[in-house]
Design a protein around this ligand. Sequence first.
Ligand code: NCD
Length: 304
Amino acid sequence: MRHLMSPLDFTPAELDNLFDLAGDIEHNMPKYAHACEGKKLAACFYEPSTRTRLSFESAMLNLGGQVLGFSDANSSSASKGESVSDTIRVISCFADICAMRHPKEGAPMVAASHSSIPVINAGDGGHQHPTQTLTDLLTIRSLKGRLRDFTIGLCGDLKFGRTVHSLIHALVRYPGVRFIFISPEELRVPDYITEMLQEKGVSYEEVIRLEESMPNLDLLYMTRVQKERFFNEEDYVRLKDFYILNKDKMALAKPDMLVLHPLPRVNEISVEVDSDPRAAYFKQVQYGVYVRMALILTLLDIQV
Ligand code: NCD
């Protein structure tokens, strides 16, 4: 039995198969409409989420399966003090696969080690968010036609943003990928990540101003400043509007640069950018459903 805790749980070759399957799903949806009939997905969300939870639910419903679960810790037995390892033992009796989001780093990993069904990490604290990364990689592969030889700018909250941490880990396995980290001093990418890049000899740069880097980017990954992970309100208020991507800044970018964002967006991308053909963040949401469908089929070992 296989779980998904980190994007590195799949080799690049396995990811290629997953993305091929997602591509087939995109173009032949009806073929997959009954693939998971009789199967149930438990969406166990101990932390607020709209898109990730609904994306999993939509993926399972598209496959003809059913969904159950909870969308905040207060409506689960966690509020009575139940441990994650007990909860997953119970959920294993109700469902065939579980997607779990938790504010504590490592909680889905604990669940996986006590589970008799596949567990998918749907985001654990500031740590990893592997299905967002699969979404991001599929979006890049589909819209850019390749997963190598590009310069990607990651902008915003690089300290707490788990989507960023997961994506960097996944991208270092592809040749010719260069990183530009764009953040205020206080929200710089953690040292363990820059140390990993140095060890692997991957090229990266850390800058504060977005404008300077714009002309060099093939991809710009914008992120939200993560209010819920700040220890004090003052710091959050000072940093929340540090970056605002608008038409003027887009004018500095290459004509085929893509803008990605895991969403939800707050102020960091002005709505005037939405109509720019380079804005790919809503397409990204659609790719997220295809890739989660492919992942559910793969982890349940269902061939269509
Ligand atoms: C992200 C998350 O939850 O980490 N959202 C998502 O899953 N699409 C990013 C965020 O909340 O800012």
